[in-house]
Write a protein that binds this ligand. Structure first.
Ligand code: ADP
Length: 520
């Protein structure tokens, strides 16, 4: 019997890191990610310029976008990115804060570990602190869902995201759009589409009822204004070359050739006849429509669009009730959607199609205009965030004061709670409180101001007023409620929950086993 024979249970080349090594690696990765995104936090945060593998450039300070584009491979850092995505899905904003808080919780945990505190104690302390934090935030939250507050919430979310010069106008659009689609206090923001048009001023952006599409009919001779539209959504090419791509034809005399052409024409005519027979007068086709088909569609007075984007097809489906038809043989009257008015209008030098009075009356579009593609894309991301926070405020009717104000309340409340808990868990709760302070600290730091003094002043000011925060533009302490820096409660509670869960998940990992080269 060979006593010291090693036993391999994992394939050769598998990397394994256990206990402290695994934790150290993961915490370091989370810290790196936190340090990357933290410089973008708040109105004075800086932008990141990202280039993807195709060379497309994005300039943004939106945490979710940065992390999405960064192509992160380290598993713990990827978990944080997922957490930020979840935050984006649930509240639509607060993504940078989540990663910054989670990263800071892990840095503080590392210090505790080095002082000999067991992981289980830290996890328990963090969990209790997170529950307390939610309780404190709920206690300091204020009731509000009036139009004025909603506008402030929208403007706060847009601050520092490249849209500040037109914030007032854009916030009005967002609030109008959200109030328009609200139903019994619920909002489905998927009903609002942002249609970007570059080459004009942001000030000329507007809210439209129904769907707006950056496209016009396939032929100039088609109708451009249809009342009582019956809409067909076809994912089937109305052209011959796509139907018979591998057909082989032997033609031996000119008569045969003519017969073949006539036959082709008949086939196209048949396809168009199917559309006509269904009763459709507006046709959106995701594939091509060839010249001959256009001719027959024209003759039938059908307004037709070719190569419609998948996202537009989806919106039309949702708004008008039109069902997708993948084989034109299946196109019947019951598959058609309806809209009271479909027409083409020229805005700047773009021909746009408006689909109004849809079956789903909640469908709306914000037509966002901006000087260049970069500008419209950046503002569009800010609008997305603003829509998310306005929707959350309408749904919950609860807001908090931003600019570091509610975080200082949180730090104070958590410290008091920590003092009331005995044993080593107290250290974990106090560490949690210190970690939350990272938000006001970073806002101040990013503004190039004196962190130590201002944090001390802020804490002192909170002895009397819990709405005091930091005006990052002047470096002065001001009443943030008066300054209109207001955020939905849900952003902060979700950020606390998500950051705590992510930190706990990473702290619990004591073994990392990765297939060959997976960690490189
Ligand atoms: P996130 O992705 O986490 O939402 P942001 O870059 O949008 O990150 O920054 C949000 C933070 O900026 C919040 O803590 C908010 O209170 C703060 N903030 C927003 N507007 C102001 C302002 N005018 N003055 C000070 N702080 C502000």
């Amino acid at each position: 019997m060979m006593a010291n024979q090693p036993i391999f249970i994992l394939p050769e080349g598998t990397e394994r890191y256990s206990k402290r090594d695994a934790l150290r690696m993961n915490i370091t990765a989370a810290k790196v990610l936190k340090d990357i995104v933290r410089t973008t936090l708040g109105p004075k945060g800086m932008d990141k310029m990202l280039t993807d593998s195709l060379g497309d450039v994005i300039v943004t300070n939106d945490g979710a976008t940065i992390m999405r584009e960064m192509d992160i491979t380290q598993p713990a850092a990827r978990m944080l990115v997922e957490t930020a995505k979840k935050q984006e899905d649930i509240v639509g904003d607060g993504t940078t804060s989540v990663v910054v808080i989670a990263g800071e919780l892990l840095v503080k945990a590392q210090e505790l570990l080095e002082d000999g505190i067991a992981t289980s104690v830290i996890v328990k302390g963090y969990r209790n602190a997170a529950a307390k934090a939610i309780e404190i935030l709920n206690n300091v939250a204020m009731d509000a869902d009036d139009r004025e507050t909603l506008k402030k919430v929208a403007m706060t979310a847009m601050t520092g995201k490249g849209s500040d010069y037109a914030k007032d106008k854009l916030a009005d659009l967002v609030v109008d759009a959200a109030l328009r689609i609200a139903e019994d206090g619920e909002i489905d923001i998927d009903n609002i589409n942002i249609q970007r048009i570059s080459g004009d001023s942001v000030e000329d952006s507007f809210l439209a009822e129904g769907i707006v599409m950056d496209k016009d009919p396939v032929s100039k001779n088609m109708p451009t204004d249809v009342e009582d539209a019956k809409i067909a959504l076809i994912k089937y090419p109305i052209e011959l070359k796509e139907i018979n791509t591998d057909a082989k034809i032997d033609i031996t005399d000119p008569a045969q050739f003519e017969a073949f052409l006539n036959n082709e024409e008949e086939m196209i005519k048949d396809l168009v006849d199917k559309v006509v027979a269904s009763g459709a007068n507006v046709l959106f086709c995701q594939k091509g429509i060839d010249d001959m088909a256009q001719h027959y569609l024209n003759k039938a007075g059908i307004m037709a669009y070719k190569r419609v984007k998948k996202s537009d097809m989806e919106r039309i489906n949702k708004a008008t009730g039109a069902q997708y038809v993948t084989d034109i043989e299946d196109l019947t009257a019951d598959k058609l959607g309806s809209a009271g008015h479909v027409y083409v209008d020229k805005i700047f030098d773009h021909k746009l199609t408006f689909i109004e009075e849809c079956e789903n009356p909640k469908a709306s579009s914000i037509v966002l205009r901006g000087s260049t593609r970069y500008v419209t894309e950046q503002i569009s991301r800010a609008l997305d965030d603003a829509l998310g926070v306005v929707a959350a405020t309408i749904e919950d009717g609860k807001v908090l004061i931003g600019g570091g104000a509610c975080e200082i309340d949180l730090v104070k409340g958590l410290r008091a709670y920590g003092e009331s808990v005995s044993g080593r868990e107290q250290l974990a709760i106090l560490a949690y409180a210190n970690a939350v302070e990272v938000i006001p600290r970073t806002l101040i730091e990013n503004a190039g101001l004196d962190t130590i003094n201002l944090i001390a002043e802020l804490k002192a000011a909170h002895e009397n007023s819990s709405t005091t925060g930091i005006n990052v533009f002047t470096g002065k302490l001001v009443d943030m409620e008066e300054a209109g820096v207001i955020e939905p409660l849900r952003i902060k509670t979700q950020a606390i929950k998500a950051a705590s869960e992510a930190a706990e998940m990473i702290l619990r990992i004591d073994d990392m086993i990765a297939a060959k080269n997976a960690l490189n």
